[in-house]
Design a protein around this ligand. Sequence first.
Ligand code: FAD
Ligand code: SF4
Length: 341
Amino acid sequence: MMRLPHFRFHAPRELREAAELLAGAAPGEAMLVAGGTDLLPNMKRRQQVPKALVSLRRIAELRSISNGDGYALGAGVTLSEIVRHPQLRAACTGLWQAAAQVATPHLRNMGTLGGNLCLDTRCNYYDQNYEWRKAIDFCMKKDGKTCWVATSSPTCLAVSSTDTAPALIALGATATLVSAGGSRRIPVGELYRNDGIQYLTRMPHEILAAVHLPRLDGWRSTYWKLRRRGSFDFPVLSVAAAATFTADGAVEAARIVLGAVSSRPIVAVAAADAVIGQRLTDDVIARAADAAAKPAKPMDNTDFDLTWRKRIMKDIVACALRELRGDDVREMRRTLSKMSL
Ligand SMILES: Cc1cc2nc3c(=O)[nH]c(=O)nc-3n(C[C@H](O)[C@H](O)[C@H](O)COP(=O)(O)OP(=O)(O)OC[C@H]3O[C@@H](n4cnc5c(N)ncnc54)[C@H](O)[C@@H]3O)c2cc1C
Ligand code: SF4
């Protein structure tokens, strides 16, 4: 049985207190824990070994969902709370679909939106127990020097595997980060950098406090995910898309975001440009799907055959756009989950 290492545990009730605890800790000494569904297994595998944990679970202000000029979701809102929210489902369907496909109901009951956005990057050579990793002399992401995926790579290529980030980026969401020194608000897309080790732009002493969605009147959105087991699994490819339409059915504005193909979610700008001003005919969708597949450079460090994953990317983008067009996609979703068995 894998055991947790020893650590000090703090359970503040105020966000300010949590920020002060982080600010007072030596670099690398303290980590935040929300639901613990990502961090605690990582600690058992000694991938992350903080000396202290600052729990966010008792901080009431992180648990609120409010709707003023768009929704504001506290970082401590659980994924189940999002899934159980009918108005969120209607207003931000893509986010709802992403949250509903994270892990299992038990994990969604514990797992939070903030934890999902700050989820560690994943790789076949890293998501292993300590003995396994020791047997290959570890790797650059933790305790080693070499990247076993690309031995000449100066950076780690571990994969961004958060389901909700692509959906939130497609919906134009922003995030508030709070520290003892103040707060700042950034687009969710700017929370990430393309480095499997330093994958967040969040400073170590900052807490992701809330996510803000703009008013989404007229926006349609969707989220598609490829994974091995339809019942639960991390994404190995995902597509979030959102668009508004003119009265005559042309696309007015669009965002298409790819997940699990890089160390950060990738905004497929050329794919969105290919649909803006156009009706979503099969030809337009095919052109956008081609354009979306270009910036995606998945590596051979997650599940499934790499060439197959690259090939199927276009099909998944096309499925997402067909759903935005208003097609009945239930059969396509069933086919995708069979393909991933
Ligand atoms: C079997 C299994 C299957 C899973 N499947 C999926 C899946 O399909 N899709 C998916 O996306 N995830 C999956 N997960 C990962 C995880 O369950 C979810 O991502 C969950 O939402 C993480 O939230 P949490 O609150 O438990 O995060 P935690 O484990 O508490 O934290 C995760 C990371 O975020 C940091 N953090 C947490 N909250 C904050 C905050 N407010 N501000 C700054 N940093 C913060 C922590 O320090 C830590 O580094 C799976 C996990 C398991 C064990
Ligand atoms: S991509 Fe390379 S450095 Fe990063 S976790 Fe995988 S093997 Fe390690």
